[in-house]
Write a protein that binds this ligand. Sequence first.
Ligand code: PLP
Length: 452
Amino acid sequence: MESIRNMKQPRILTDIPGPNAKKLIKLKEDNVANTLSSVVPTFIKRGEGSMVEDVDGNIFIDFASGISVLNIGYSVPEVVEAVKKQAEKYFHSSINVLLNEPYVLLAKKMNEITPGNFGKKTMFFNSGAEANENAIKIAKYFTKKNHIISFYGGFHGRTYLTMSLNGTTKAHSLVPGPHASDIHKIPFGDCYRCSYGLKKESCNIRCAEKLNEIFSAEVPAENVAAVILEPIQGNGCFITPPEKFINRLIDICKKNKILLIADEVQCGFCRSGKMFASHYWKEAPDILTTAKSLAGGLPLSAVTVKKEIIDSLPSGVLGGTFAGNPLACVAGLEVLNIMERDKFTEKAQKIGTIMRNRFEIMKEKFPIIGEIKGGKGALVGLEFVKNRSSKEPAKEEVKIILEDCYKNGLILLNGGMYSNGIRPLMPLTITEDQLKCGLDILEKAIMKVSKQ
Ligand code: PLP
């Protein structure tokens, strides 16, 4: 079988979906809940690096990485080998029954690479949502307080608690209640769509000040256990708040003995140009949640916590049958070694620069581009509007762009509060040819929709 890893461009042979995919889609429709939707209507056959082949022999460039999971790319030989070796020894023991070494080694590594020059401990779980559930549990247990603050536009998962934390009313956050109580939401530092209609230069970080307002109007600060936020909002197309916003939050939390939880499920593991986006902060968060790229595609999440906080919990409060599966932990160890060895933070910076330069040129040409989002490392996205003054979201146009992209061999995700943005999440190992080719396909799609 020919290797597709270093192909310079996609190869589309059929309509998407092609005949083999159509048969499987019928099987899916007959057997899987309709609520399960996918961006590209086809089935994967194999993936290598940043390239994916489907069941009809179509080959795509992947700018989605399975939603930011494959920062190292598909099928990295060292990771495959490590998992095979572990699979021959044992798949599972459950950490609550019999201890396993990969779990402990990976915890040590996470404690070393996460922000904060203080003692830390790490526990593993299966998904980003589960990590956030446990982070809240830890914060409440330690502080003996009930209330939590989260942010407009934030996304923390699909479980009941995390739905309650989400700052959006999209389908994944909107199921009949009761929802978790004692959660208060405030505006994020989104300067393009400022909740107060202010200008960044003169706003005095009004949005972060809302936290102090809440302490007077809704809940006293002494009843608040934690503030949880994504340092850079992923599903929001990489909304990156001003440094002053984060600084103000850190100060307010410190003054009021409120824990700060950074959800780096999406923005972590080098994509921001640093190992973690909270490495840019003036002080490290008390609790850091991670998942997605940690184990290069095997399900694994982590909660890394200041020692004195996590050690305040009595035995048996946290755990789970599959939590910290040894196959996933050996993959995680390999992934982190590769990220450090191959300087993934530099790769992210380089990708980000190429994307930003291209997006600047596109913005000059296409008024439909309202804003170039983000900017740290490879976290660079686009927001589309019908009109630059009114900023009316161009959601339908984004749908057309994404469809045009996959039909021409580029897999891409939408994002944004109004689903009117795109958020490129390519593997950080993408070749320059593949990156440029993907951006060409995207530009053509934007050009077509701009002419309509
Ligand atoms: N937190 C953030 C920032 C995310 O982007 C996601 C998923 O997209 C989650 C949490 C939930 O992770 P999972 O889907 O693994 O539960």
